[in-house]
Design a protein around this ligand. Structure first.
Ligand SMILES: Nc1ncnc2c1ncn2[C@@H]1O[C@H](COP(=O)(O)OP(=O)(O)O)[C@@H](O)[C@H]1O
Ligand SMILES: [Mg+2]
Length: 355
């Protein structure tokens, strides 16, 4: 049997560059060698596309422990790399493991659509909505996905909120509240504000990253995550819990000090577990996701469930929550990769049949 060429695009310009490198190394090391020839396509921190040979050379340095990134080479836009795109066109399927902007937000998916290459994961619209918390929350509301109360501030209001806005925040949401850039990830720009004074600082912090800022009522309870896998037949996994040792699951806890505990399976009562799984699939469908997504929740002390967000390209290192949850269900990392590729082909054919 001829091997399927599986292109892995990774790295990229977001804050999650290094996580993406670890995820891609996991896929390269563990994808089924009887089925796939894995071809790596790295993107540097500044957006330069690397050929597979150059990518392998940089990965060797990562493996030697010299660095954790693919380098800083300045990019010149996606059309500037004809040698890379010529090789990319030869792939049977691509796994784009680029988190955050220019990767998880529909832009890379759009490029792959235009190139007519099947790829793992959600399409353009679901990726874009999943990246924009203001749009995502509106979709949740339209589909009855339970969520926290929130307000969206835009433009001038993010620099100098009117007294009316402050009044609404204080009466409708109260302190503490969470303030976050609408387009973000890795908790970058997210803070908890316990007073009006804190709020001013939190807002300035979030507004640095986006012209839209979300202000949310703070939820208390446990942070519970569900991995969803599939296209039309999407299923929710067993649940996992994140236990941050800091006030919330912030950037440091995620990537720097690795302090948060991941508990798999989460110990939650059966009713809450069923509700989380049901709502995870509902949120997934509401956004019209494909392939995979991790849906994050809070389970409140009274058993109430609040959906926080859908991540269309969750961390995919062998020890990340997403693959761990499927391992818990009996699906190995290797078989999970194969399943995701099957789903990519399935969706590609489906889209094509409607074109
Ligand atoms: N409304 C909220 N109440 C309590 N904690 C929150 C709330 N929103 C976010 N958090 C905390 O902040 C973290 C990051 O927020 P999240 O919306 O998931 O942003 P990101 O997309 O950056 O991961 C969450 O994992 C959680 O620990
Ligand atoms: Mg999150």
């Amino acid at each position: 049997m001829t091997l399927q060429k599986l292109g892995v695009i990774f790295g990229g310009r977001s804050m999650e560059h290094e996580v993406s490198v670890v995820s891609a190394r996991g896929v390269m090391a563990q994808a089924d060698t009887e089925r796939f020839e894995v071809v790596p396509f790295g993107i540097t921190r500044n957006g330069a596309w690397l050929t597979p040979d150059e990518t392998r050379a940089r990965l060797a340095r990562v493996e030697a422990g010299d660095t954790r990134s693919l380098g800083e080479d300045e990019g010149d836009g996606a059309f500037a790399y004809p040698d890379v795109t010529a090789l990319l066109r030869q792939m049977d399927v691509v796994f784009p493991i680029v988190h955050g902007t220019f990767g998880e937000d529909g832009t890379l998916q759009g490029l792959l659509e235009m190139a007519d290459i099947p790829y793992v994961g959600s399409g353009v619209a679901a990726s874009a909505v999943g990246m924009d918390k203001a749009l995502m929350r509106a979709v949740f509301a339209a589909h009855g996905v339970p969520q926290t109360d929130y307000l969206v501030l835009t433009d001038e209001e993010t620099r100098a909120p009117s007294s009316d806005t402050i009044r609404r925040i204080e009466s409708e949401l109260g302190y503490p509240c969470f303030v976050k850039p609408a387009n973000g990830g890795s908790s970058v720009g997210v803070s908890r504000a316990a007073s009006r004074e804190d709020f001013g600082e939190a807002l300035a912090g979030a507004a640095r990253y986006d012209r839209k800022v979300l202000v949310e009522a703070a939820v208390t309870g446990r942070e519970i995550e569900c991995a969803v896998l599939g296209n039309h037949d999407a299923q929710g996994s067993p649940l996992g819990e994140i236990r941050p040792t800091t006030e919330f699951y912030d950037y440091n806890a995620k990537y720097l000090d690795d302090s948060a505990e991941l508990i798999v399976p989460a110990v939650v009562d059966a009713a809450a577990e069923a509700r989380v799984r049901e709502m995870a699939v509902r949120a997934y469908r509401a956004l019209d996701c494909a392939g995979l997504a991790r849906v994050d929740f809070f389970v409140e002390p009274d058993g109430g469930v609040k959906c926080i967000e859908v991540n269309t390209l969750p961390g995919f290192t062998p020890i990340s929550m997403y693959p761990r949850l499927w391992q818990e269900a009996g699906l190995s990392y290797r078989d999970l990769i194969s399943r995701l590729v099957d789903l990519a082909f399935e969706r590609f054919e489906e889209v094509r049949s409607h074109a």
